[in-house]
Every structure is written in C-alpha cells, then in structure tokens.
Design a protein. Structure first.
Length: 352
C-alpha cells in the first residue's frame, strides 16, 4: 500500500517551520459557485487552520502542500473561535464547504466537541454542507454524531484514481480503491452523499495515460458517488510535484484534457465537474496558448451540466498541436515542459 522510499523523499521536502498566522481565524474564506443541490448556486468555502492531516505525521501526498497552512500549536479553543468566525461571515449563503488541510472527520484534527459545536451551528444556518475526509475516518461509529443533525451532508473523499499502482507509486496517498469502496458503502448505508475527487496528471504519469485513467476511474465510481470532481494538478509549494516542475520534469495538464474528460464522461451515470484551481496560470492547468474562453466553458459546463457550448467549441477548434504534444510526452520517461525548456535553453544561449 505504501512505497516507503518514495514516501520518505516526499517527507523530506516538507518544511519544519509552521504557519505563524492568527490561530483564531480560518486560513481563508470566500464564495464561489457550485451545484451541491443539483443546480448552480453561490456557496461559501472556509479553510479552517488545524493541526493538519494525520498523513503528514508519516509523509504527504506528492501534490499536497496544505501543510504550509497548518499549526501544531492550534488549541481546541482556537477552533471554536474559527467556527464562530465562519458562521459570522456566511452572509446570505446557506451552503458551506469546509476544508481543513486534512480530514474534518479526524477527531484528533477537529475534536468531537468542536465538531458538535460546528454541527449545531450548521443545523441552524445551513441547508447543505460538504466536508472532506480520508477513508480511515469514515465508519458508522464516527459518523453517527453528525448524521443526527438536520442538515444535508456530502462527504468528499480524495480517491485520486481507482488505479492502486498510480495511488501508491505516484500520489503516495496511503489508501486503496477497496477502502474507498468500503467508505462509499458506509456513507450510502447512513444516507450521506459522496463527492469523489480524482487527480488529473499526477507525477510520472503522462497526460495521455492520465486522461485514460480519469475516464476509467469515473466508470469505476459512477454507481458509488453522487458526483465526481476532476482536480487538475496545480503546483503547490514544497511538494514532490513542485520539485519536478522546477527541474523542468513536469508540466501541468492542458485545459483540452479536462474538456475531453467532461465530454467523454457526461453519460456515465454520475455528474462530473471540474473547477480548475489556477487555470490558465503557469502552475495550473493551461494550454500552450491562452484559453480564457475554454476555461470559462469548462466552469459553466460543470456548473450547469449542459455541455453543448463546450462541445461546439471543442469540435470547432484545431487541437493538432495538443495531440502531438501528448504523443511526444507519452513517449518520454518524464512529462517535460518542452516549451519552458526551449525558453530556458534560448535564454542560456543568449548569455554565453
Ligand atoms: S490526504 Fe489530503 S490533506 Fe492529507 S496529504 Fe493527502 S491531499 Fe493532503
């Protein structure tokens, strides 16, 4: 289940210093659009500052830099204040997504007292709630408390891929597809909803292979989940992916790949969405050319689940260089960013 040498290399990149930010307020809070109730609507998002993911004690996922926001000195009373802050800042919104740089359902990260306090406020102020968790905290005993509050809950799990080899050798998640399936069964038995995160283009997997993996993974989870969120890689600080990227050995996925996945999976029996973080930026999903319209279409198709405009744009665009780049990259050991390498070589030769 774990490649210990790889996990050790990833752990070495994690900084020892910790965030010195205010422990009484969340890392950040904002509003965005989502469709947690089956239609697009404004949704609040809060990132609570916690002690962080239990997996950090051993290692981290190869793309995850959320440890940059955590603090081991966070106390229970700080978390109560963060909860108050979040509900004070909700405004008109009655839909909330909670991120914690780890697992909301881990009682060592969010103690049961804080969780109950949060859920009481959620019951009074929210119609829908999404929280994230690793699979190890999804069991009937741990969930019995939150289930009794009168608020609809969707739990998000980072499966990343249904391929255990990719999860072990590339992502270092420390989990398996079998564990995900068991968690999905527990959630279904308890009447809780599930959002499944899949990761597009983890390191050491070509973009071509990753697109195929996403399609296969969507098929594998389609009858287990309420929706699937395709998360294209965005490069976070102090991670294995950043290390490769800085050496020119990794390129984030293209927006064309996201469009393909959305179009190919739209009739697979589950809703598939993608809201690319850092889209069109150098650390996020981007094409060779600037593609504002394509990014907007990916967002709007995800929100409305109407893919007609995206399909028209996709079919009427010249994608020959995209497919050529994917074939070339697939023939190489690493997913080099060839454009950046050419730029670098050009700059180096000018200085000679
Ligand atoms: S399980 Fe989530 S929070 Fe923990 S290391 Fe992996 S991506 Fe980061």
């Amino acid at each position: 289940m774990i490649n210990r040498e790889y996990a050790k290399q990833i752990k070495k990149l994690m900084p020892n210093r910790e965030s010195a930010s205010d422990p009484n307020s969340p890392v950040s809070m904002w509003k965005e659009m989502d469709r947690l109730r089956g239609y697009p609507e404004p949704t609040s998002v809060v990132i609570f500052r916690t002690k962080g993911c239990s997996w950090y004690n051993f290692s981290s996922c190869s793309m995850c830099g959320y440890f940059n926001d955590v603090s081991s000195s966070i106390k229970e009373e700080d978390l109560y204040k963060q909860v108050d802050y979040a509900f004070r800042s909700l405004g008109e919104t009655r839909i909330l997504k909670v991120f914690t740089s780890g697992s909301f359902l881990d009682p060592l990260e969010v103690p049961i007292g804080v969780r109950d306090y949060f859920m009481e406020k959620a019951e009074a102020n929210l119609d829908k709630l999404l929280v994230e968790s690793r699979t190890e905290y999804i069991n009937a005993r741990n969930l019995s408390g939150i289930k009794n509050y009168g608020v609809d809950i969707r739990i998000a799990i980072g499966l990343e891929s249904s391929n255990d080899t990719i999860v072990r050798e590339s992502i270092n998640k420390g989990s398996t597809f079998a564990k995900f399936v068991e968690s999905a069964r527990v959630l279904k038995d308890l009447g809780l909803e599930l959002r499944t995160y899949l990761l597009l283009k983890p390191p050491f997997v070509s973009e071509k292979a990753s697109v195929e993996d996403m399609i296969r993974s969507i098929k594998d989870v389609s009858n287990l989940t309420d929706d699937v969120s395709i998360n294209p890689m965005n490069i976070q600080k102090n991670t294995m992916v950043e290390k490769l990227w800085k050496k020119g050995l990794y390129r984030p996925p293209r927006l064309w790949s996201i469009a393909r996945i959305l179009l190919e999976s739209r009739n697979m029996g589950t809703q598939v969405i993608s809201y690319p973080t850092g889209g069109n930026k150098i650390r996020g999903a981007h094409n060779q050319e600037d593609s504002i319209e394509l990014l907007n279409l990916i967002f709007s198709a995800s929100l409305t689940q109407d893919f007609s405009d995206l399909e028209t744009f996709y079919n009427n665009s010249d994608k020959s260089s995209y497919f050529n780049d994917l074939c070339l990259e697939d023939s190489m050991v690493f997913q080099q960013d060839l454009d950046r390498m050419v730029d670098r070589l050009g700059a180096a030769s000018m200085t000679v």
